[in-house]
Write a protein that binds this ligand. Sequence first.
Ligand code: ADE
Length: 230
Amino acid sequence: MLGIIGAMEEEVARLKECMSDAVVLKHANMEFNRGTIFDKEVVVVRSGIGKVNAGICAQVLVDVFGVDAIINTGIAGSLNADINIGDIVISSDTVQHDMNAVAFGYPLGQIPRMDTLAFPADEKLIELAKSCCERVNDDIEVFVGRVASGDQFVADKGTKEQIVSNFGGYCTEMEGAAIGQAAYLNNVPYVVIRAISDKADDSASVDYPTFEAKAIEHSVRLMKELIKNY
Ligand code: ADE
């Protein structure tokens, strides 16, 4: 069973429409839609926004639904001038850019007393996502790189530059590394797949609503192809 998390309804609505035999089960005030897409068993869920919602959601997928893998799909702000609005970023790993225990000697981003700074995504899922994206989205570029997550909509150049210089991320969003952390702790493979809706700079709040739908279109196309080939 494949668990698919989107933070917002817009990010999961199109996948829910493709489901057969869907049953809705409520946990932690989230609706888990269990059924099949292209004859593959899936659970599709809107987690809500931010790291805590996303972490709780991932844990329910593991404990209640026993998923074999988790995919986090949605949109993100680009952290790299080569990555444009509409392009796709697949996580090589994820890091929490707003975790700061530097005062205790930990590197920025590292959760104290955990043995890793970043949460590596699953190699097979990365390859599958990349090849599926190249097949169905030939009008855009696909990148594999670090996703930097935090409880912050990044919409100014200074914050963006700080995240890039600290972590070298390809895109920023608000859930991926919490799902990465839950996947890591439970030893479940995961990957984050994000379509770029804005440049995470001073134009972000203007670009975001304009390009959100276009970005989601690309991630939905990729997700459908991925489920078909999972
Ligand atoms: N999701 C989409 N764009 C984002 C941004 N600029 N910052 C955080 N999350 C986002």
